[in-house]
Write a protein of this length. Structure first.
Length: 315
């Protein structure tokens, strides 16, 4: 009996001590569990933060003014796929928005001067991500022009000079190609598809399948997705906030103003040439990626315009 009373007494003392400690401890503010967040589309409803959501497709889509037949089930599914893939590749989307701020102002007036719909600037986005990249097949630059095609379109292409990397000239070449495709097929959607598959490739498929519309063609994976990727990128870059992209214009990339220096002679050392123009070799190549070697071979005395940044931008 004494042991029971002793144990009870110890328990009571322990409870009193714990109570005193709890009363002395500071009261902490209530913090929501980190596994919850407020989703913008849910009007303040708390949802678990690992949820993802399907994308609300626009009720109407067009490319270069030509309407997309969204009422067809297969077309709707293919459109939906590209919207999902490009909406949820967030890092890439933000980079594209930032680069577009820098490069679209160069491309837009060239497209307009050639009567090419403005929507075709998004073709360069899906071709290269607005970068001077090289494909495994040998296509180069923003517009991913092949070697032979570049020469046919009037670009200088060799080991020393490659104007597929010259944004203005490559954009003009792309315009020339697209105009010929439009003349051949009669609409811009097929012209866009032909930029990927070639005019002969699209023509042969139209003839073999007995149809006249891109949306009626059964094509391989790449060309079959091509126009749908264009549609998705166009809508996301035009209305980024509708798809969850919030990019402050101040975070975008800006075009550095340049002046053109006429060069009609050989330059044995482009690093020395850059230094004479108060920049370094790296900056020279950033603004003139079409110069492919550390020298300019120009025995013919051809006139080249080399872009030099305005003073004050690279101090």
């Amino acid at each position: 009996m004494k042991k029971i009373l002793l144990g009870a007494g110890i328990a009571i003392i322990f409870i009193i001590i714990i109570s005193a400690i709890q009363q002395a401890a500071p009261t902490l503010p209530s913090v929501p569990s980190p596994e919850y967040m407020t989703h913008g589309n849910q009007k303040g409803k708390r949802v678990k933060n690992y949820n993802v959501y399907s994308v609300n497709l626009p009720e109407r889509l067009d490319f270069a003014g030509e309407e997309v037949p969204l009422h067809q089930p297969d077309i709707k599914e293919r459109v939906d796929r590209e919207f999902l893939v490009n909406t949820y590749w967030q890092s890439n989307g933000i980079l594209l928005i930032k680069r577009a701020q820098k490069y679209f102002p160069i491309m837009e007036p060239i497209l307009a001067e050639n009567g090419i719909p403005d929507d075709f600037k998004y073709l360069a986005v899906i071709e290269s991500g607005l970068q001077n990249v090289s494909s495994p097949a040998g296509a180069k630059g923003f517009w991913q022009i092949m070697n032979g095609t570049g020469r046919e379109l009037g670009l200088e292409v060799n080991d020393n000079i490659d104007e597929r990397y010259h944004l203005e000239k490559a954009t003009q070449a792309a315009c020339d190609y697209l105009k010929k495709s439009k003349e051949k097929f009669g609409n811009w959607t097929l012209a866009g598809a032909a930029y990927n598959a070639g005019n002969a490739g699209i023509y042969n498929q139209l003839d073999a399948q007995g149809v006249s519309s891109y949306y009626d063609l059964l094509l391989g994976e790449e060309t079959g997705r091509y126009v749908f990727r264009l549609l998705a990128i166009k809508e996301i870059l035009k209305n980024p906030k509708n798809f969850g992209f919030n990019v402050d214009p101040e975070h975008g990339y800006d075009l550095i103003p340049t002046k053109n220096v006429l060069v009609d002679y050989e330059v044995d050392d482009l690093a020395a040439f850059a230094k004479a123009n108060k920049i370094n070799y790296k900056i020279l190549k950033i603004h003139n990626p079409w110069l492919r070697e550390p020298k300019l071979n120009n025995q013919s005395k051809k006139e080249y315009l080399v872009a030099i940044p305005e003073s004050g931008y690279y101090k």
